[in-house]
Ligand binder design. Structure first.
Ligand code: NIG
Ligand code: FE
Length: 414
């Protein structure tokens, strides 16, 4: 059968298909082909192979792309972002330079709470425009699927507004957006001292969000001074009952047992984990929770990095994401995050690419559709301006993308 588009002369094709390997590092068990081609039909992968392509895959209408020995990977997946928000917080960067901490700023009504104010004030149209601009940037870095959380409303109306922006943008532009409700992102100042009332308010929002089909996941900021283990459990259990899949911002600043809770509730993923305990690592491993690591946040907040090597040694599966948000990681550049992971987390090139492809997909429950180049999956691919995976991690701070293909269509080219 002839294809609509065929990419040939690929030097290195990382398919990210998981394969059996004798090596026991289960973060390196992905297929990598040399001298390969990929054929695409109706937006999905029709066929792929090594060497010269079979002539029956081509007819007069097939668009042929010569990859010129370049590196080709699945479309990258940014499985943790706070895409939709109003305003920016450059002022905090300089407060921190003078010694203020992330938590000091939040406790003084700044931080997340200042973005809440800006997000409440913004119209839906303004939020759409701002987020669309970020999505355009993400696409240039090779990102074809993202997760996007609410959590800068903390009231029903604004949370719904944020999630509706996700829906609008999912239809309007090429990147697929998976929505997460994160009403439990911070305690509004008016609820300080009677936090239980705020928990009740969040619990009342859950069925409304579900009924309107506005989010697939529910997430919470489980942290000392934000939501305790008990409060997180209460909200997440309720969400699970209603059919939400779960995520949890856990052990980001202090180790309070967030990863253990992720294991107990069998969340799809557990986020941050800079301060994860040994017990927490075991809990993730035993419950097959994906550890979603956000090294851009460690870099930007000048915090410790998550103990990723230890987690990999124990058999935990790692995803890497930007955490794009206006406070702790104001950057849409997933390639920079991959470079930081290679440098500061000591992850190998294969581990890094697995973490932003098939494991990113697992982290948002999309592994049957995206995250690897396999027959029948969405034809989401990146052609890089480089011949090797090592090189794109080494030459940092620049964009290595040459072409992005989403659902079989060329959506970015330089
Ligand atoms: O993932 N940890 C909580 N939430 C975000 C930061 C949000 C903000 O500072 O606006 C995070 O780092
Ligand atoms: Fe986050």
């Amino acid at each position: 059968m002839a294809s609509d588009l065929l990419i040939y002369n690929i030097g290195t094709l990382v398919t990210s298909k998981e394969i059996d390997i004798s090596n026991k590092n289960s973060m390196e068990n992905i297929e990598i082909l040399t001298d390969a081609y990929v054929a695409i039909k109706n937006g999905t992968i029709l066929f792929l192979g090594k060497g010269p392509y079979d002539k029956t895959l081509v007819d007069s209408k097939t668009v042929l792309i010569d990859a010129d020995k370049a590196l080709v990977t699945p479309g990258l997946i940014d499985s943790h972002t706070h895409l939709v928000h109003g305003g920016s917080r450059e002022n905090e960067m300089f407060l921190k330079a003078k010694g203020a901490t992330y938590m000091d700023i939040l406790n003084a009504g700044g931080g997340i709470l200042s973005t809440v104010k800006a997000t409440k004030k913004a119209t839906k149209e303004e939020l759409v425009e701002k987020a669309k601009d970020s999505l355009k940037k993400m696409l240039t870095f090779g990102v074809t699927t993202i997760e996007s959380k609410s959590g800068y409303g903390l009231d029903l109306e604004t949370e719904i507004k944020q999630l509706e922006v996700n829906k609008i943008l999912d239809k309007e532009q090429p990147i697929d957006i998976v929505s997460t409700f994160m009403g439990a992102h911070a305690i509004p100042q008016e609820y300080r001292g009677h936090e239980e009332e705020f928990i009740k308010k969040i619990i009342k929002m859950l069925p409304i969000i579900k009924e309107r089909n506005l989010a697939e996941f529910c997430d919470i900021f489980c942290e000392h001074g934000i939501f305790s283990i008990e409060q997180s459990k209460e909200i997440l259990k309720e969400a699970k009952k209603l059919g939400f899949k779960l995520k949890i911002h856990a052990d980001e600043i202090e180790s309070i047992g967030g990863a253990e809770l992720a294991g107990e509730l069998e969340t799809t993923s557990s986020e941050h984990l800079m301060a994860i305990s040994e017990k927490g690592i075991l809990a993730l491993k035993n419950s097959k929770v994906i550890a979603n690591i956000l090294p851009g946040t460690s870099f930007y907040l000048k915090k410790e990095y998550a103990p990723v090597r230890k987690m990999i040694e124990q058999g935990v599966q790692i995803a890497l994401s930007t955490d794009y948000n206006p406070g702790s990681c104001p950057s849409e550049n997933l390639q920079l995050i991959m470079q930081i992971a290679a440098l500061y987390l000591n992850m190998s090139p294969i581990e890094v690419i697995k973490a932003v492809t098939i494991n990113g997909a697992k982290s948002i429950n999309r592994e049957s559709e995206v995250g690897s180049i396999e027959i029948g999956k969405k034809a989401d691919l990146v052609i890089f301006n480089s011949k090797s995976l090592e090189y794109i991690l080494y030459h940092f701070g620049i964009n290595h993308t040459k072409m992005v293909i989403k659902n079989g269509k060329i959506v970015y080219e330089i």
